[in-house]
Design a protein around this ligand. Structure first.
Ligand SMILES: [Zn+2]
Length: 181
């Protein structure tokens, strides 16, 4: 495992004063139910307080378990998703608006609160390639500013007096009225 465990700056959640050390332990946990259930193997940082002897797992262990599930499902991990977004120096709001996913969903994927489905995962994966980001930005720019195509000059109608007076009264329906003649 390439993960570098953070061994610094832990304070005991119980006594808050003790020196907390980290010991790595192997752990297996079940993911899924019934026939789809699998056992996933992880190495977790177990914190131990020298003062009150409390042993506990913190959010780092949660991240490691979550990453193991993502690896098993072959989807991007929360940190991989964050890294893709940060590659373009985009905020969550800007990135989610660009790729048309919900801001809250993106936030949950990045925090590990929610696993992205496979189509969203494919989208995120593809956004990891700068050429795809360039294509998408180009496409969206074209949507916002459609290429200025030459417009045909408006047809000119020669109206008689009756049509002119009707047009003045029914100006909203003017073009409809003319086209019906
Ligand atoms: Zn303690």
């Amino acid at each position: 495992m390439n993960k570098v465990f953070n061994q610094l700056n832990h304070s005991c959640p119980s006594c808050e004063g003790g020196v907390v050390t980290t010991r790595l332990i192997d752990d297996d946990f079940q993911y899924g139910e019934g026939a789809a259930a699998v056992m996933l193997h992880v190495t977790l940082p177990l914190r131990e307080c020298k003062n009150c002897e409390l042993q506990y797992f913190d959010e780092e262990a949660e991240e490691i378990r979550h990453d193991a599930v993502c690896k098993h499902l072959k989807i991007l991990t929360p940190r991989e998703i964050t890294a893709i977004r940060q590659r373009y120096a985009l905020s969550k709001t800007d990135f989610s608006s660009l790729i048309k996913v919900g801001r809250i969903s993106l936030s949950r994927w990045e925090s590990g609160a929610l696993l992205q489905n496979s189509s969203s995962d494919n989208l995120l994966y593809l956004m990891g390639f700068t050429e795809n980001m360039d294509r998408l930005k180009k496409r969206q720019a074209e949507i916002l500013e459609p290429a200025k195509t030459e417009r045909k000059p408006a047809r000119k109608f020669k109206l008689n007096e009756e049509q002119l007076s009707l047009a003045a009264i029914h100006s909203n329906n003017f073009s409809l009225f003319v086209n019906c003649q």
